[in-house]
Ligand binder design. Structure first.
Ligand code: PGA
Length: 255
């Protein structure tokens, strides 16, 4: 521990709107209301709307940073319904969430997630890689699984390119309506473990700098304590990111 003040890197807060809102018009209202709160000073904010709404939102809010919630692992070809990383980039996305637990629950393996990570990097975009355990066991076995998930999801990724990767630690048991977030003490333990694993997988130089976000029931009431106690570099926010006032409060807690 040192008491000397070190210059902190800006925090990063990403909104994951999932399959809401219904129209781009509703999305415009959310971002416009958020912007009025002037919460983002000194904090990076990213928005992941539904991909079909992205071009409209990007045209309206040129200065804002947008991402997509998922991409295809394929660069091109006959893949009905999928969107390539290059298409996402052309539509205005600077980054993509990859490996969200809701995608993993729909059948995505670590191997597919690793291919997607590489597809996003190849398109010159940043990656927000989601990892997290389904449940915790008292024996700490989940930590081994978490380390395995991180290593397998980053398999074959060039450590130099990995500078473009941020990690969101999202315990599946804490995500979604009616769940409660992790406590700061548990978060600290786990974020340190994720940091240690990233140093092992990517090397100390990159692993020390990788952004580690927390996601899972983050709201205006718990953001400050999770940030102060959890040693994370920001948040990935689902539900509360659709409420511009709650999202602004979360971003303000990161200043
Ligand atoms: P939540 O979702 O904030 O609604 O728990 C987080 C996520 O799924 O990224």
């Amino acid at each position: 521990m040192t008491t000397k003040k070190t210059k902190q890197k800006p925090k990063l807060v990403v909104a994951n709107w999932k399959m809401a809102p219904e129209s781009a018009k509703d999305g415009i209202k959310i971002i416009a209301t958020f912007n009025k709160a002037k919460a983002a000073k000194g904090t990076y904010v990213g928005w992941c709307p539904p991909a079909v709404q992205l071009p409209v939102l990007k045209a309206k809010f040129r200065a804002a940073e947008f991402g997509v919630q998922d991409v295809s692992a394929e660069a091109a070809g006959a893949h009905t319904g999928q969107i390539s990383a290059a298409q996402a980039k052309a539509a205005g996305a600077g980054f993509s969430i990859v490996g969200h637990s809701e995608r993993r629950a729909a059948g995505e393996s670590d191997a597919l997630v690793a291919r997607k990570v590489k597809a996003v990097l190849a398109a010159g975009m940043q990656v927000l890689l989601c990892v997290g355990e389904r449940e915790r066991d008292a024996g700490g076995r989940y930590l081994r699984d978490l380390a395995g998930q991180i290593a397998a999801s980053l398999d074959g990724v060039d450590p130099k390119a990995a500078k473009m990767v941020a990690v969101a630690y999202e315990p599946v048991w804490a995500i979604g309506a009616g769940k409660s977030a992790i406590g700061p003490v548990e978060l600290l333990e786990t974020s340190r473990f994720v940091r240690k694993t990233l140093r092992e997988v990517l090397g100390a130089a990159v692993g020390d700098k990788t952004y580690i976000l927390y996601g899972g029931s983050v709201d205006a009431g718990n953001a400050a304590s999770l940030l102060a106690g959890g040693e994370v570099d920001g948040f990935l926010v689902g539900r509360a990111s659709l409420d511009p006032y709650a999202f602004a409060a979360i971003v303000k807690a990161c200043a």
